[in-house]
Design a protein around this ligand. Structure first.
Ligand SMILES: Cc1cc2nc3c(=O)[nH]c(=O)nc-3n(C[C@H](O)[C@H](O)[C@H](O)COP(=O)(O)OP(=O)(O)OC[C@H]3O[C@@H](n4cnc5c(N)ncnc54)[C@H](O)[C@@H]3O)c2cc1C
Length: 403
């Protein structure tokens, strides 16, 4: 077994989009950072589209990653929220918010690959893959990780370890942080399709089965994310393409014109999984390992990226990156945004489904009210753009450091 290395500043377990973003945010050539990633290379074949909020676009820009992603991104100029079978609807427009776009849609695979490649090449970053943590000991001064790495067992000692290893986080389990789990009783079907409608509008539509989101993917291409009870999702996924198109058209409305599926639907069971605490000793949780949200409202990665940049800002002047004071201050600073984002997501995921469709008129009234009240609409737009609490400290930290 290799000798434990001298103090790494940071070990990040999980090199998905969130772990990779943290490595990039902290890489300055001075800090020694190790990323432990289970997959040799991003697996690919994930058909998810990721809607990046305006806040994420700014933060990725400050991290120097956005120019590489921008070429394949589709800007969202308008978000239209409506309900099947009711007139109430509201439209959020970029121009009303004084921005060029409310957000941008990128392919999840492209985002994950782009961030991983940038992190792998960043100064001071050691990327161990395929690698997993086989053991961990903490003492007052640091954490020692035993790692099954690409060249056999090895060890790293660090003052801060970050678990960014996904919803079922093996590292979170290893250090004994429990989770609160809520099963939405829903499955998301992801369906690439072609249809009409505005190529730069994102549609959020509430149906009797659950919310549907239609994200632009360039020209006539769209990604549909359709939330259904699991048994209906299974039956729907098995439909022939023409029948599937008909089902989608019935729920979306006829204004889109013909709907042509471009592949089979992929199914994602939906749970909210939240860690009972954000850190334990010198191990902090980030991204899906800390909280996995329902995809409606497209908030998961966007919130996690604000957490990443908040942590990077908290570590910037910290004497000891893993001490309780530093990690507790980071959690406090991020608390309001996390709470608002979780509430927003839950209202969308449950408020428009639970209680049955009998409340449709009330919801339609709420959407109509929203459309005629600019303050409420601006609040919704700010949450959608990830700017409700403002970004100044996080953003300016990066903007100061990176031209
Ligand atoms: C259907 C759907 C649509 C979504 N749409 C949006 C959207 O539009 N906008 C948005 O902001 N968010 C969206 N999300 C949420 C978003 O995908 C997540 O927030 C994001 O993937 C979290 O990234 P992560 O790096 O924390 O976790 P993951 O993406 O799960 O990555 C975890 C990483 O850890 C690695 N790993 C796992 N186990 C180990 C181990 N033992 N050792 C080392 N490494 C390990 C994995 O290989 C992986 O690379 C959506 C989610 C779903 C399900």
């Amino acid at each position: 077994m290799a000798e434990p290395q001298a103090h790494q500043e940071l070990v990040i377990v999980g090199g998905g989009p969130v772990g990779a973003a943290l490595a990039i945010a902290l890489a300055d050539g001075v800090r020694a950072i190790t990323v432990v990633e289970a997959q040799a290379s991003p697996p690919g074949g994930d058909t998810r589209a990721t809607a990046l909020s305006e806040s994420s676009v700014r933060l990725l820009g400050a991290l120097g990653v956005w120019p590489e992603l921008a070429g394949d991104a589709v800007p969202i100029h308008t978000v239209e929220v409506s309900q099947q079978g009711h007139y109430g609807r509201t439209r959020l427009r970029a121009e009303d918010q004084g921005v060029r776009a409310l957000g941008q849609v990128v392919a999840y695979d492209g985002l994950a690959r782009g961030l991983a490649e940038r992190a792998r090449g960043a100064p001071g970053v050691e990327w161990l893959a395929p690698a997993t943590v086989a053991g961990l000991d903490q003492d007052a001064d640091g954490v020692r990780l035993r790692i099954d790495g690409p060249d056999g067992p090895t060890e790293r000692r660090t003052r801060l370890a970050v678990a960014a290893d996904g919803t079922r986080s093996p590292l979170r389990e290893r250090i004994g942080i429990g989770v609160r789990e809520y099963d939405y009783g829903q499955t998301a079907l992801l369906l690439p399709l072609e249809t009409g409608g505005d190529p730069n509008t994102g549609y959020e539509r509430f149906t009797s089965d659950g919310p549907m989101a239609l994200l632009p993917a360039g020209g006539r291409r769209r990604t549909l994310i359709w939330t259904l009870p699991p048994e209906r999702a299974e039956a729907t996924a098995a439909l022939a393409p023409e029948r599937l198109a008909e089902c989608v058209a019935t729920r979306l409305g006829r204004s889109f014109g013909p709907i042509v599926p471009q592949g089979p639907p992929a199914a994602w069971p939906l749970h909210r999984v939240e860690a009972e605490r954000g850190h334990d000793g010198r191990v902090a949780l980030l991204g899906n390992a800390a909280r996995t949200l329902h995809p409606v409202g497209a908030q998961g990665f966007n919130l996690a990226l604000r957490d990443v940049c908040g942590l990077a800002a908290a570590l910037e002047h910290a004497r000891d990156p893993g001490d309780d004071e530093t990690l507790a201050a980071w959690s406090r600073a991020r608390q309001a945004d996390r709470w608002q984002t979780r509430l927003f997501t839950d209202v969308l995921a449950r408020g428009f489904v639970r209680g049955g469709y009998g409340l449709g008129a009330l919801r339609a009234g709420a959407l109509l009210g929203l459309d005629s009240c600019s303050i409420a609409r601006d609040g919704l737009a700010s949450q959608t753009m990830g700017l409700l609490g403002g970004l100044p400290r996080v953003g300016s930290w990066h903007l100061e450091r990176r031209p």
